[in-house]
Design a protein around this ligand. Structure first.
Ligand code: GTP
Ligand code: SPV
Ligand code: MN
Length: 587
């Protein structure tokens, strides 16, 4: 399929190491993918679902020890540890290559190696980058065919050695020998002993965030853990917002939101450009433009319902792969917690055990069970989704899960303050990564698990990007928290579609329309600035949502100081200056 010597030489080397029986090139044709689906069904790797109710849909279950990203097994192997920084796991490249070689050697004996040429971003867009993933998993091939643009057209435009080399061997999913490794200087990713999405769909977090963030730093652009949405007003004008929330904190939901009825009636609409990753560049007019490098959604299933996220649910009605949800054996459809209140009686839970879902006490679907759905299935996919030039960003929004501390929304005073707001993000951990759930941790820009170099330099890169834009052209920066709780532990804010009310304040601020009040942490909405039409919320609750508790914030400042201390001299002075300002304001 290609005469590119860089591609062929690397392939020969990987073949010699992994020793597959056969090598198959993925050309992107529907015939080839259909044959692979049939093969995966015949071996039990995938289960065919009800083709009348869910045409083109399949089911896959992973090993029980392999259900989420593994941050403690994820490495950034730069020549020096300084370059990877204090947040990333590091090992010297030579040592890591030797360790991996032992694990990969002979790993594909008796198996087939698939060669997947793929583009992150529309093929040929100035934003786009190419990768080739070698894998011995059909599940990975079929997921990559949904999540990225794959096939011959991609291979044809590779320029010399300008592609990211990605190797995945499923091997035996031994968690002790699981490695997700990045060599930024070699443009190389190696993953072994896992078959779970974020660890093995190497175009996604490994390439589009970790390697891409490194490339972005070199080349003057940004790779971020952000959704991109377009908000259309009744006059038909569309403004774009990019938002960074940590894993399982609401990006897919916000990206596809359906406005409350009274706003729909006025003519407001939301268009989805992306739900997880954004690549951003400064355009010829000096504004910041974004593309979604992906072609599908690898979304959290639990909590997705007709009420909470109709558009995501619609997206999963055809040509979708479900991973680790529950199966309704009566009609071979799928179920998960939060879909409805009617778990199937004749059910197979995510581990494969047959149970009565009506009386079952545990979770039928894994909390991090996912759907892999083509973006084109989404009823509100943006007409700009394939635009190779991207969309201009008016506002950047940071956010996380915080029962206390962060108010519903506030605005940063300027870009530098906005970078500080992003850098001090914190959120309760979720099931998207292995480890404890519900523990508050610092997660700068929602990129803690995804920055492919020293986090202090990453803050510096954000500051530099701001310096390259005129203040009136740079996006305005905000922070939101949909997850604030009252004394009894109930969410204070209804969330989901009603988050539109907050987005409207944000866009009004961008246009200099809405009023704000100064506070120690930034600019807060005036109490009546958030429209509560048709909303069941008392003025006291809204006040609580918008309140800033100085004592709680002082404690957070202490934690911020400790956190930043680990970066030593590498921490940009602007961050230290902003921290001092915040402390003084609170005093
Ligand atoms: P990743 O794909 O892991 O990066 O996650 P994500 O940020 O796209 O998260 P997603 O939108 O899938 O939401 C994760 C969980 O949060 C789901 O169970 C949602 O139902 C829930 N959620 C999303 N938005 C809201 C909200 O506004 N309020 C509340 N209470 N829950 C929400
Ligand atoms: C996340 O964990 O942020 C995800 C899912 O979007 S994964 O692709 O597994 O990283
Ligand atoms: Mn994500």
């Amino acid at each position: 399929m290609t005469e590119n010597k860089f591609v062929l030489n690397w392939l020969e080397e990987m073949k010699a190491m992994c020793q597959p029986d056969e090598v198959v090139w993925i050309d992107g044709s529907e015939d080839q993918l259909e044959a692979l689906r049939a093969e995966a069904v015949s071996t039990g790797e995938m289960i065919k679902l009800n083709q009348e109710k869910l045409p083109g849909c399949y089911y896959h279950r992973t090993a029980e020890n392999d259900v989420a990203r593994v941050e403690d097994r994820t490495f950034i192997c730069t020549p020096t540890q300084e370059e990877a920084g204090p947040i990333n796991n590091w090992m010297a490249p030579d040592e890591m290559y030797a360790k991996l070689k032992a694990l990969y050697t002979g790993s594909m004996k008796g198996r087939t190696m698939y060669v997947i040429p793929y583009s992150m971003g529309p093929v040929g867009s100035p934003f786009s980058k190419i990768g080739i993933e070698l894998t011995d998993s059909i599940y990975v091939v079929l997921n990559m065919a949904i999540m990225t643009r794959v096939g011959q057209a991609v291979l044809d435009i590779i320029d010399g050695d300008d592609f990211t080399k990605c190797l995945h061997a499923k091997k035996d999913v031994d968690p002790e020998e699981r490695y997700i490794v990045h060599f930024p200087q070699d443009n190389t990713i190696m993953s072994v002993n896992s078959a779970y999405g974020g660890n093995v769909l190497l175009g996604k977090k490994c390439f589009a965030l970790r390697i891409a963030s490194y490339l972005g730093k070199q080349e003057g652009w940004m790779a971020e853990h952000m959704l991109i949405l377009g908000l259309e007003n009744p006059q038909g004008e569309v403004k774009y917002i990019a938002a960074a929330f940590p894993s399982a904190c609401g990006k897919t939901n916000l990206a596809m939101l359906i406005p409350p009825k009274y706003l729909q009636e006025k003519g407001y609409k939301v268009w989805t450009v992306g739900d997880d990753i954004a690549w951003l560049r400064i355009g010829p007019d000096g504004r910041l433009y974004a593309i979604n490098p992906e072609a599908g959604f690898f979304g959290v299933a639990p909590g997705t319902s007709e009420k909470t996220n109709f558009n995501a649910l619609e997206s999963t009605k055809k040509n979708t792969i479900f991973t680790n949800v529950a199966i309704n054996n009566d009609d071979m459809t799928v179920w998960w917690e939060g879909l409805d209140n009617n778990p199937p009686e004749n059910c197979t839970e995510w581990t494969g055990k047959k149970v009565n879902g009506k009386t079952y006490e545990g979770k039928l679907a894994h909390p991090n069970s996912r759907f892999t759905a083509p973006a084109i299935n989404c009823p509100c996919i943006s007409p700009e989704f394939e635009n190779p030039q991207g969309v201009p960003i008016s506002a950047i929004v940071f956010g996380g899960r915080r029962a206390k501390t962060a108010p519903l929304v506030y605005q940063a005073r300027d870009w530098e303050h906005g970078v500080f707001v992003g850098a001090t993000m914190a959120s309760e951990t979720t099931a998207a990564a292995a480890g404890a759930v519900g523990v508050v941790r610092r997660d700068p820009m929602a990129m803690k698990p995804f920055v492919g170099y020293n986090m202090a330099d990453y803050f510096g890169h954000w500051l530099e990007m701001g310096e390259k834009m005129d203040a009136d052209k740079a996006p305005k920066i905000f922070h939101v928290n949909w997850f604030r709780k009252d004394e009894d532990g109930n969410f204070l804010w209804p969330g989901f579609g009603d988050n539109m009310r907050v987005l409207l304040w944000i866009l009004d601020r961008c246009e200099g329309k809405a009023e704000a009040v100064e506070s120690p942490i930034g600019l807060l909405p005036k109490a009546d600035a958030i429209d509560t039409t048709d909303l069941d919320i008392t003025p006291e609750q809204l006040n609580e949502l918008l309140s800033v508790d100085k004592k709680v914030w002082m404690e957070d400042v202490e934690n911020q100081k400790e956190y930043f201390a680990q970066f030593g001299d590498r921490l940009p002075a602007a961050i230290t200056k902003q921290l001092e300002t915040l402390e003084n304001n609170l005093k």
